[in-house]
Design a protein around this ligand. Structure first.
Ligand code: PLP
Length: 393
Protein backbone atom coordinates (compact mmCIF):
# COMPACT_ATOMS: atom_id res chain seq x y z
CA UNK A 1 0.00 0.00 0.00
CA UNK A 2 1.18 3.45 -0.98
CA UNK A 3 2.27 5.19 2.22
CA UNK A 4 0.75 2.40 4.33
CA UNK A 5 -1.78 4.86 5.63
CA UNK A 6 0.65 6.81 7.78
CA UNK A 7 -0.22 10.10 9.39
CA UNK A 8 3.27 11.09 10.49
CA UNK A 9 4.32 8.27 12.80
CA UNK A 10 0.65 7.32 13.41
CA UNK A 11 -1.76 4.97 11.66
CA UNK A 12 -0.55 2.00 9.64
CA UNK A 13 -2.01 -1.48 9.75
CA UNK A 14 -1.03 -3.71 12.61
CA UNK A 15 -3.26 -6.68 11.79
CA UNK A 16 -2.97 -10.46 11.39
CA UNK A 17 -1.43 -11.53 8.08
CA UNK A 18 -4.76 -12.94 6.82
CA UNK A 19 -6.35 -9.49 6.84
CA UNK A 20 -3.66 -7.85 4.68
CA UNK A 21 -5.15 -8.95 1.31
CA UNK A 22 -8.70 -7.85 2.17
CA UNK A 23 -7.50 -4.46 3.45
CA UNK A 24 -5.53 -4.03 0.23
CA UNK A 25 -8.54 -5.08 -1.84
CA UNK A 26 -10.58 -2.50 0.02
CA UNK A 27 -8.00 0.25 -0.49
CA UNK A 28 -7.87 -0.46 -4.21
CA UNK A 29 -11.67 -0.42 -4.48
CA UNK A 30 -11.82 2.83 -2.54
CA UNK A 31 -9.21 4.47 -4.80
CA UNK A 32 -11.10 3.23 -7.85
CA UNK A 33 -14.60 4.31 -6.82
CA UNK A 34 -14.12 7.40 -4.65
CA UNK A 35 -14.21 9.68 -7.73
CA UNK A 36 -16.07 7.30 -10.02
CA UNK A 37 -18.98 9.10 -11.64
CA UNK A 38 -21.55 6.33 -11.12
CA UNK A 39 -20.52 5.71 -7.51
CA UNK A 40 -20.56 9.40 -6.63
CA UNK A 41 -23.93 9.96 -8.28
CA UNK A 42 -25.49 7.02 -6.44
CA UNK A 43 -24.05 8.17 -3.10
CA UNK A 44 -25.15 11.77 -3.69
CA UNK A 45 -28.75 10.67 -4.32
CA UNK A 46 -28.77 8.58 -1.13
CA UNK A 47 -27.29 11.42 0.93
CA UNK A 48 -29.89 13.85 -0.41
CA UNK A 49 -33.11 11.87 -0.73
CA UNK A 50 -32.62 9.16 1.89
CA UNK A 51 -30.50 10.86 4.54
CA UNK A 52 -31.77 14.43 4.12
CA UNK A 53 -28.58 16.31 3.25
CA UNK A 54 -27.46 19.02 3.14
CA UNK A 55 -27.99 19.57 6.86
CA UNK A 56 -28.72 23.16 7.95
CA UNK A 57 -26.18 25.56 9.42
CA UNK A 58 -28.27 27.20 12.14
CA UNK A 59 -27.34 30.43 13.93
CA UNK A 60 -28.07 30.04 17.63
CA UNK A 61 -29.18 33.42 18.93
CA UNK A 62 -28.97 32.19 22.52
CA UNK A 63 -25.40 30.87 22.40
CA UNK A 64 -24.25 33.81 20.25
CA UNK A 65 -25.47 36.25 22.91
CA UNK A 66 -24.06 34.21 25.73
CA UNK A 67 -20.52 33.91 24.37
CA UNK A 68 -20.34 37.18 22.43
CA UNK A 69 -19.71 35.86 18.90
CA UNK A 70 -21.61 34.48 15.91
CA UNK A 71 -22.26 30.86 16.88
CA UNK A 72 -23.60 28.41 14.30
CA UNK A 73 -24.68 24.81 14.75
CA UNK A 74 -24.05 22.32 11.93
CA UNK A 75 -27.20 20.24 12.35
CA UNK A 76 -26.05 16.65 11.79
CA UNK A 77 -28.71 15.79 14.37
CA UNK A 78 -31.32 16.43 11.66
CA UNK A 79 -30.01 13.66 9.40
CA UNK A 80 -31.91 10.37 9.12
CA UNK A 81 -31.01 8.30 12.16
CA UNK A 82 -30.26 11.45 14.14
CA UNK A 83 -26.46 11.55 13.84
CA UNK A 84 -23.54 11.85 11.44
CA UNK A 85 -22.91 8.07 11.47
CA UNK A 86 -25.03 7.44 8.37
CA UNK A 87 -22.64 9.50 6.16
CA UNK A 88 -20.05 6.81 6.77
CA UNK A 89 -22.26 3.70 6.63
CA UNK A 90 -23.91 4.81 3.37
CA UNK A 91 -20.45 5.32 1.85
CA UNK A 92 -18.97 2.05 3.09
CA UNK A 93 -22.17 0.12 2.30
CA UNK A 94 -22.09 1.37 -1.28
CA UNK A 95 -18.39 0.50 -1.51
CA UNK A 96 -19.21 -3.04 -0.32
CA UNK A 97 -21.91 -3.27 -2.98
CA UNK A 98 -19.51 -2.13 -5.73
CA UNK A 99 -16.98 -4.70 -4.46
CA UNK A 100 -19.62 -7.43 -4.75
CA UNK A 101 -19.73 -8.18 -1.01
CA UNK A 102 -23.18 -9.09 0.22
CA UNK A 103 -22.52 -9.52 3.95
CA UNK A 104 -21.71 -6.76 6.40
CA UNK A 105 -20.27 -6.90 9.88
CA UNK A 106 -19.77 -4.01 12.29
CA UNK A 107 -18.87 -3.30 15.90
CA UNK A 108 -20.92 -1.12 18.14
CA UNK A 109 -20.56 0.35 21.63
CA UNK A 110 -23.55 2.47 22.53
CA UNK A 111 -25.38 1.10 19.52
CA UNK A 112 -25.33 4.16 17.25
CA UNK A 113 -22.96 2.70 14.66
CA UNK A 114 -24.73 -0.67 14.90
CA UNK A 115 -27.99 1.09 14.13
CA UNK A 116 -26.51 3.03 11.22
CA UNK A 117 -25.13 -0.23 9.77
CA UNK A 118 -28.41 -2.10 10.31
CA UNK A 119 -30.11 0.82 8.53
CA UNK A 120 -28.03 0.54 5.36
CA UNK A 121 -28.22 -3.27 5.52
CA UNK A 122 -32.00 -2.97 5.32
CA UNK A 123 -31.76 -0.31 2.61
CA UNK A 124 -29.28 -2.23 0.44
CA UNK A 125 -30.63 -5.71 1.11
CA UNK A 126 -27.50 -7.06 2.78
CA UNK A 127 -27.05 -9.48 5.66
CA UNK A 128 -25.79 -7.70 8.78
CA UNK A 129 -24.05 -9.02 11.88
CA UNK A 130 -23.38 -6.54 14.70
CA UNK A 131 -20.78 -7.38 17.36
CA UNK A 132 -21.66 -5.84 20.70
CA UNK A 133 -20.28 -6.28 24.21
CA UNK A 134 -22.60 -8.01 26.70
CA UNK A 135 -22.37 -5.07 29.10
CA UNK A 136 -23.38 -2.68 26.31
CA UNK A 137 -26.24 -4.96 25.21
CA UNK A 138 -27.67 -4.73 28.73
CA UNK A 139 -27.19 -0.95 28.88
CA UNK A 140 -28.52 -0.22 25.40
CA UNK A 141 -31.49 -2.57 25.00
CA UNK A 142 -33.67 -0.18 22.91
CA UNK A 143 -30.89 0.09 20.30
CA UNK A 144 -30.45 -3.69 20.28
CA UNK A 145 -34.17 -4.07 19.63
CA UNK A 146 -34.11 -1.50 16.82
CA UNK A 147 -31.22 -3.30 15.11
CA UNK A 148 -33.10 -6.59 15.30
CA UNK A 149 -36.33 -5.07 13.97
CA UNK A 150 -34.34 -3.83 10.95
CA UNK A 151 -33.20 -7.41 10.38
CA UNK A 152 -29.66 -7.37 11.80
CA UNK A 153 -28.25 -10.14 13.95
CA UNK A 154 -26.71 -8.91 17.20
CA UNK A 155 -23.81 -11.06 18.40
CA UNK A 156 -23.02 -10.75 22.12
CA UNK A 157 -19.32 -10.44 22.93
CA UNK A 158 -17.92 -11.34 26.31
CA UNK A 159 -14.41 -10.21 27.15
CA UNK A 160 -12.49 -8.12 29.62
CA UNK A 161 -15.28 -5.57 30.01
CA UNK A 162 -17.93 -6.54 27.47
CA UNK A 163 -17.72 -3.14 25.80
CA UNK A 164 -16.65 -1.55 22.53
CA UNK A 165 -12.98 -2.56 22.69
CA UNK A 166 -13.94 -6.25 22.99
CA UNK A 167 -16.57 -5.90 20.25
CA UNK A 168 -13.95 -4.55 17.79
CA UNK A 169 -11.51 -7.35 18.65
CA UNK A 170 -14.20 -9.97 18.07
CA UNK A 171 -15.39 -8.40 14.81
CA UNK A 172 -11.77 -8.40 13.52
CA UNK A 173 -11.38 -12.03 14.63
CA UNK A 174 -14.60 -13.07 12.85
CA UNK A 175 -13.49 -11.19 9.74
CA UNK A 176 -10.22 -13.15 9.50
CA UNK A 177 -12.21 -16.31 8.67
CA UNK A 178 -14.85 -14.65 6.44
CA UNK A 179 -12.85 -12.25 4.26
CA UNK A 180 -14.16 -13.61 0.96
CA UNK A 181 -17.77 -12.51 1.15
CA UNK A 182 -17.80 -10.11 4.12
CA UNK A 183 -17.17 -6.37 4.34
CA UNK A 184 -16.32 -4.87 7.73
CA UNK A 185 -18.10 -1.50 8.11
CA UNK A 186 -15.88 0.30 10.63
CA UNK A 187 -17.55 3.01 12.70
CA UNK A 188 -15.00 5.75 13.20
CA UNK A 189 -11.87 7.30 11.70
CA UNK A 190 -9.59 4.83 13.50
CA UNK A 191 -8.61 1.18 12.94
CA UNK A 192 -6.12 -0.15 10.38
CA UNK A 193 -5.46 1.55 7.06
CA UNK A 194 -7.47 2.30 4.92
CA UNK A 195 -10.29 2.93 7.44
CA UNK A 196 -9.09 6.30 8.79
CA UNK A 197 -8.84 7.58 5.20
CA UNK A 198 -12.13 6.01 4.07
CA UNK A 199 -14.15 7.29 7.04
CA UNK A 200 -12.61 10.77 6.74
CA UNK A 201 -13.58 10.84 3.07
CA UNK A 202 -17.21 9.92 3.67
CA UNK A 203 -17.56 12.30 6.66
CA UNK A 204 -15.87 15.19 4.90
CA UNK A 205 -19.22 16.28 3.48
CA UNK A 206 -19.86 17.89 6.91
CA UNK A 207 -16.92 20.26 6.50
CA UNK A 208 -17.44 20.80 2.76
CA UNK A 209 -21.06 21.90 3.28
CA UNK A 210 -20.06 24.12 6.21
CA UNK A 211 -17.34 25.79 4.20
CA UNK A 212 -19.59 26.45 1.21
CA UNK A 213 -22.41 27.76 3.38
CA UNK A 214 -20.09 30.10 5.32
CA UNK A 215 -18.60 31.55 2.14
CA UNK A 216 -22.07 32.07 0.67
CA UNK A 217 -23.56 33.62 3.76
CA UNK A 218 -20.65 35.60 5.23
CA UNK A 219 -18.20 35.83 2.35
CA UNK A 220 -15.49 34.38 4.59
CA UNK A 221 -14.45 31.24 6.43
CA UNK A 222 -15.28 30.60 10.09
CA UNK A 223 -12.72 31.63 12.72
CA UNK A 224 -13.22 28.47 14.78
CA UNK A 225 -14.69 25.06 14.00
CA UNK A 226 -15.21 22.64 16.83
CA UNK A 227 -16.47 19.09 17.29
CA UNK A 228 -16.46 16.36 19.91
CA UNK A 229 -13.87 13.60 19.58
CA UNK A 230 -14.56 9.95 20.36
CA UNK A 231 -12.80 7.89 17.70
CA UNK A 232 -12.74 11.15 15.80
CA UNK A 233 -14.98 10.74 12.73
CA UNK A 234 -17.35 13.70 13.08
CA UNK A 235 -14.43 15.94 14.05
CA UNK A 236 -12.19 14.89 11.15
CA UNK A 237 -15.17 15.20 8.79
CA UNK A 238 -15.53 18.83 9.86
CA UNK A 239 -11.77 19.61 10.10
CA UNK A 240 -10.82 18.03 6.75
CA UNK A 241 -12.30 20.92 4.76
CA UNK A 242 -10.32 23.51 6.75
CA UNK A 243 -6.93 21.93 7.51
CA UNK A 244 -5.18 23.92 4.75
CA UNK A 245 -6.73 27.20 5.94
CA UNK A 246 -4.22 28.03 8.64
CA UNK A 247 -6.33 30.88 10.03
CA UNK A 248 -9.22 28.59 10.93
CA UNK A 249 -8.83 27.29 14.50
CA UNK A 250 -9.67 23.59 14.81
CA UNK A 251 -10.76 22.53 18.29
CA UNK A 252 -11.55 18.93 19.23
CA UNK A 253 -13.36 18.37 22.50
CA UNK A 254 -12.74 15.11 24.33
CA UNK A 255 -14.70 13.62 27.19
CA UNK A 256 -13.08 14.66 30.47
CA UNK A 257 -15.50 12.52 32.49
CA UNK A 258 -15.34 13.41 36.17
CA UNK A 259 -12.57 15.90 35.37
CA UNK A 260 -8.93 15.54 34.42
CA UNK A 261 -7.75 15.64 38.04
CA UNK A 262 -10.28 13.08 39.28
CA UNK A 263 -7.93 10.12 38.89
CA UNK A 264 -10.45 8.55 36.48
CA UNK A 265 -9.33 7.98 32.92
CA UNK A 266 -10.39 10.18 30.05
CA UNK A 267 -9.05 12.48 27.32
CA UNK A 268 -7.04 10.14 25.13
CA UNK A 269 -5.21 12.88 23.22
CA UNK A 270 -4.34 14.96 26.26
CA UNK A 271 -3.49 12.14 28.68
CA UNK A 272 -2.73 9.14 26.52
CA UNK A 273 0.57 7.68 25.43
CA UNK A 274 1.50 6.37 22.00
CA UNK A 275 0.60 2.74 21.45
CA UNK A 276 -1.15 0.31 19.10
CA UNK A 277 -4.85 -0.54 19.38
CA UNK A 278 -7.22 -2.09 16.84
CA UNK A 279 -4.66 -2.13 14.07
CA UNK A 280 -3.26 1.40 14.25
CA UNK A 281 -0.67 3.42 16.13
CA UNK A 282 -2.10 6.42 17.91
CA UNK A 283 -2.50 8.03 21.32
CA UNK A 284 -4.04 5.59 23.71
CA UNK A 285 -5.12 5.43 27.36
CA UNK A 286 -2.80 2.88 28.94
CA UNK A 287 -1.19 2.05 32.26
CA UNK A 288 2.55 1.89 33.05
CA UNK A 289 2.70 -1.62 31.58
CA UNK A 290 1.09 -0.59 28.33
CA UNK A 291 -2.23 -2.25 29.17
CA UNK A 292 -5.19 -0.42 27.66
CA UNK A 293 -7.39 1.12 30.32
CA UNK A 294 -11.10 1.75 30.07
CA UNK A 295 -12.18 5.34 29.75
CA UNK A 296 -15.10 6.88 31.57
CA UNK A 297 -17.66 9.32 30.18
CA UNK A 298 -21.36 10.06 30.74
CA UNK A 299 -21.55 9.82 26.97
CA UNK A 300 -21.25 6.23 25.75
CA UNK A 301 -20.29 7.36 22.25
CA UNK A 302 -17.08 9.01 23.50
CA UNK A 303 -16.09 6.12 25.73
CA UNK A 304 -13.20 4.78 23.65
CA UNK A 305 -9.61 4.51 24.94
CA UNK A 306 -8.11 5.16 21.50
CA UNK A 307 -8.46 7.88 18.85
CA UNK A 308 -8.01 8.14 15.09
CA UNK A 309 -4.37 8.52 13.95
CA UNK A 310 -4.87 11.78 12.05
CA UNK A 311 -5.97 13.51 15.25
CA UNK A 312 -2.75 12.34 16.92
CA UNK A 313 -0.79 13.95 14.10
CA UNK A 314 -2.84 17.17 14.12
CA UNK A 315 -2.18 17.42 17.84
CA UNK A 316 1.57 16.79 17.55
CA UNK A 317 2.07 19.33 14.76
CA UNK A 318 -0.10 21.83 16.61
CA UNK A 319 -2.63 22.22 13.77
CA UNK A 320 -5.58 21.30 15.99
CA UNK A 321 -6.14 21.92 19.70
CA UNK A 322 -7.67 19.27 21.91
CA UNK A 323 -9.53 20.23 25.05
CA UNK A 324 -11.97 18.52 27.40
CA UNK A 325 -15.47 18.94 28.79
CA UNK A 326 -16.58 17.21 31.99
CA UNK A 327 -19.74 15.16 32.58
CA UNK A 328 -21.13 18.01 34.70
CA UNK A 329 -20.57 20.60 31.98
CA UNK A 330 -22.24 18.25 29.49
CA UNK A 331 -25.34 17.79 31.67
CA UNK A 332 -25.57 21.58 32.20
CA UNK A 333 -25.27 22.11 28.45
CA UNK A 334 -27.91 19.49 27.66
CA UNK A 335 -30.38 21.35 29.87
CA UNK A 336 -29.28 24.76 28.60
CA UNK A 337 -29.70 23.94 24.90
CA UNK A 338 -33.02 22.19 25.57
CA UNK A 339 -34.40 25.31 27.26
CA UNK A 340 -32.68 28.02 25.19
CA UNK A 341 -33.21 26.49 21.73
CA UNK A 342 -35.60 23.54 22.11
CA UNK A 343 -32.82 21.23 20.90
CA UNK A 344 -31.71 18.09 22.77
CA UNK A 345 -28.03 17.71 21.88
CA UNK A 346 -26.53 14.21 22.02
CA UNK A 347 -24.32 14.00 25.12
CA UNK A 348 -21.38 13.58 22.70
CA UNK A 349 -22.19 16.77 20.79
CA UNK A 350 -22.88 18.66 24.04
CA UNK A 351 -19.13 18.43 24.77
CA UNK A 352 -18.39 20.76 21.86
CA UNK A 353 -21.19 23.15 22.83
CA UNK A 354 -19.94 23.14 26.45
CA UNK A 355 -16.45 24.15 25.36
CA UNK A 356 -17.76 27.08 23.29
CA UNK A 357 -19.87 28.26 26.23
CA UNK A 358 -16.80 28.02 28.50
CA UNK A 359 -15.05 30.49 26.18
CA UNK A 360 -17.64 33.25 26.71
CA UNK A 361 -16.05 36.69 26.38
CA UNK A 362 -12.88 35.35 24.75
CA UNK A 363 -13.97 35.77 21.10
CA UNK A 364 -14.34 38.92 19.00
CA UNK A 365 -17.97 39.94 18.44
CA UNK A 366 -17.85 39.18 14.71
CA UNK A 367 -15.97 35.89 15.03
CA UNK A 368 -17.79 33.00 13.37
CA UNK A 369 -17.78 29.86 15.51
CA UNK A 370 -19.15 26.64 14.02
CA UNK A 371 -20.08 23.77 16.34
CA UNK A 372 -20.66 20.37 14.79
CA UNK A 373 -23.85 19.16 16.44
CA UNK A 374 -23.08 15.54 15.65
CA UNK A 375 -26.35 14.02 16.87
CA UNK A 376 -29.65 14.46 18.63
CA UNK A 377 -30.07 13.78 22.32
CA UNK A 378 -33.41 11.94 22.44
CA UNK A 379 -31.39 8.78 23.17
CA UNK A 380 -29.90 10.49 26.24
CA UNK A 381 -33.08 11.76 27.89
CA UNK A 382 -33.40 8.79 30.28
CA UNK A 383 -29.78 9.14 31.40
CA UNK A 384 -30.18 12.88 31.79
CA UNK A 385 -33.21 12.44 34.06
CA UNK A 386 -31.27 9.96 36.17
CA UNK A 387 -28.55 12.58 36.83
CA UNK A 388 -30.82 15.65 36.95
CA UNK A 389 -34.30 14.48 38.08
CA UNK A 390 -35.23 18.01 39.16
CA UNK A 391 -35.20 19.17 35.51
CA UNK A 392 -38.41 17.22 34.76
CA UNK A 393 -40.34 18.14 37.89
C1 PLP B 1 -20.67 7.94 17.75
C2 PLP B 1 -20.91 9.37 18.01
C3 PLP B 1 -19.87 10.27 18.30
C4 PLP B 1 -18.44 9.85 18.47
O1 PLP B 1 -17.84 9.29 17.36
P1 PLP B 1 -16.78 10.07 16.46
O2 PLP B 1 -16.26 9.01 15.58
O3 PLP B 1 -15.74 10.64 17.36
O4 PLP B 1 -17.53 11.12 15.73
C5 PLP B 1 -20.17 11.61 18.45
N1 PLP B 1 -21.44 12.06 18.37
C6 PLP B 1 -22.48 11.22 18.12
C7 PLP B 1 -23.86 11.79 18.05
C8 PLP B 1 -22.25 9.86 17.93
O5 PLP B 1 -23.29 9.04 17.68
Amino acid sequence: MKNQGRYGQFGGYYVPEVLMPVLEEMEQAFERYRDDEGFCRELAVLLKDYAGRPTPLYRSEAISKRVGAEVLLKREDLMHGGAHKLNNTLGQGLLAKYMGKRKLIAETGAGQHGLATATIGALMGMEVKIFMGVTDIERQMPNVQKMKIMGAEVIPVTGASGTLKDAINEALRYWTSHVDDTFYVFGTAAGPHPYPTVVRHFQRIIGDETRRECLERFGRLPNVVTACVGGGSNAIGMFAAFIDDKDVRLVGVEAAGYGLDSGKHACTLQKGKIGVLHGAKSYLLQDENGQVIESHSVSAGLDYPGVGPEHSLLKDIGRAEYVGATDDEVLDTFLYLSRAEGIFPAFESAHAVAWVISQAGKFNADDIIVINLSGRGDKDVDAFIKYRPEAAQ
